[in-house]
Design a protein around this ligand. Structure first.
Ligand SMILES: [Zn+2]
Length: 242
């Protein structure tokens, strides 16, 4: 049987009375704080007439005396990708900020809810982080290349900031990017590098004379060698040029 609530008159974890269900008084209980400002605050909050004497290590206060927001019933885990999931605590934990404020079976004036919680700095920081994450996610979503049709439709606009030596040739099922030198001078125009984006948004690349190894682009395009982000397009141009 778990410990009984130490506050006089409370029946937390006491045997059920006749006619009560078996778990009528089952509650979670929490020890008195051993240190910090809560150590002195708890006894100040608890009406003297509910304490049988000095507070000892064995004494506990049950969940009925705390605002529900202080009882932590779930763990929130954050996965590496930032998403989270919750799972219940085996035994509820008490928020370190909790103080007992409810004293059922005592005159009403003895129960004194706390003022609404002010936002702790860490909550503000968490909110800011969540906002940043949202902005990042929106950017990631808007930066994604969703297949070849999306690529063809937006490539003119998205490649407008590429250096003018890059010429784009848009054909059925392939978009070719060619880097010329001597486009505007009187010298012989020459191709120094190029790459093709195929209709599965995979990329092949070439120097002036040879096809180059796709695997060399894996650091940028991943193992599948696909151009899945607009952000990577100028990076690809820069890399192919070097
Ligand atoms: Zn109790």
């Amino acid at each position: 049987m778990p410990r009984k609530c130490s506050l006089i008159g409370c029946r937390g974890n006491y045997e059920p009375r006749k006619g009560e269900s078996a778990d009528a008084n089952k509650v979670s209980v929490f020890r008195f704080p051993k240190d910090g400002e809560k150590k002195s605050e708890w006894p100040r909050r608890i009406p003297q007439e509910l304490l049988a004497g000095d507070i000892t290590n064995d004494m506990v206060v049950c969940e009925k005396h705390f605002e529900p927001r202080f009882i932590i019933r779930d763990y929130v885990y954050t996965r590496p990708d930032g998403s989270s999931f919750t799972c219940p605590h085996e035994a509820p934990a008490l928020d370190p900020e909790a103080v007992p404020t409810f004293f059922p079976n005592t005159p009403k004036y003895l129960s004194s809810p706390l003022p609404p919680k002010r936002k702790a700095p860490e909550d503000c920081r968490a909110e800011a982080a969540a906002r940043d994450e949202k902005v990042l996610k929106e950017w990631m979503d808007s930066d994604a290349i969703n297949g070849f049709d999306d690529f063809v439709e937006n490539v003119s606009h998205k490649s407008s900031s590429l250096p003018s030596e890059w010429v784009m040739v848009n054909k059925v099922n392939v978009v070719l990017f060619v880097l010329f030198v001597n486009i505007t001078s009187s010298l012989i125009p020459t191709v120094v590098a190029s790459f093709k984006v195929f209709n599965n948004i995979s990329v092949d690349w070439y120097d002036a004379k040879c096809k180059r190894n796709r695997d060399d682009l894996a650091w940028l395009l991943g193992d599948e060698g696909k151009l899945s982000r607009w952000y990577d397009l100028p990076n690809l141009c820069t890399y192919v040029n070097n």
